[in-house]
Design a protein around this ligand. Structure first.
Ligand code: NI
Length: 194
């Protein structure tokens, strides 16, 4: 029974991957449920400044994990974050928005700084050592896994969950959004807590 369940799950995952052709993981549940999402992290931003979770306390926070070499969904999700930011307008002074890379190997400070010009300057990009990224991802129960590219080793992808997490002024979890949710709905929910 356990074996068959495993096979069924595997087929389900493969089926999804073939269907979508995307290396994103909305299909994954948040590992261990939604309780206690968030926590301490210490990373470096796209300006080369060290920051920790405490630096974002005092304002609500949107957190997204992704990587700048992502061919499809990360740029789309960043575009969606951009829309949220624009619609919030003045209220953005009560909100921080951060993008944490799941690809610290390629997402250096320089790479993040360069990529930052494609989107709203309200988004702060964070990188760190492999260990620092692991700690941050674990705190947010984010799944990510490098997908080796044997033909072109430099052009690997990173499979990762792609939720937007919404945290309060004390860094406590409020809710999360997936990448099919209408922008207006996200804006309304964010605004409700500001
Ligand atoms: Ni991505």
């Amino acid at each position: 029974m356990v074996l068959w369940a495993g096979v069924a799950i595997l087929l389900g995952v493969l089926g999804y991957q073939q269907l979508s052709g995307k290396n994103h993981a909305d299909r994954y549940e948040i590992a261990g449920g939604e309780a206690a999402i968030g926590g301490s992290f210490a990373l470096t931003n796209h300006k080369g400044i060290r920051v920790s979770d405490k630096d974002f306390h005092g304002k609500n926070l949107l957190v997204y994990f992704g990587f700048t070499y992502c061919p499809d969904i990360c740029p789309t999700d960043l575009g969606r974050l951009n829309q949220v930011i624009n619609l919030l307008g003045e209220e953005m002074n009560k909100l921080n928005v951060i993008f944490i890379t799941v690809d610290p190997e390629r997402d250096t400070v320089e790479q993040l700084n360069e990529n930052s010009t494609n989107f709203s300057d309200k988004i702060m990009y964070l990188t760190g050592t492999k260990e620092e990224i692991e700690i941050a991802a674990k705190a947010y129960k984010v799944f990510y896994k490098k997908v080796e590219n044997h033909e072109y080793p430099e052009d690997y992808l990173v499979d990762h969950s792609s939720f937007i997490y919404y945290m309060n002024k004390e860094g406590k979890y409020i809710t999360h959004f997936n990448n099919t949710q209408p922008i207006d709905e996200i804006v309304a929910r964010v605004r409700k807590e500001l």
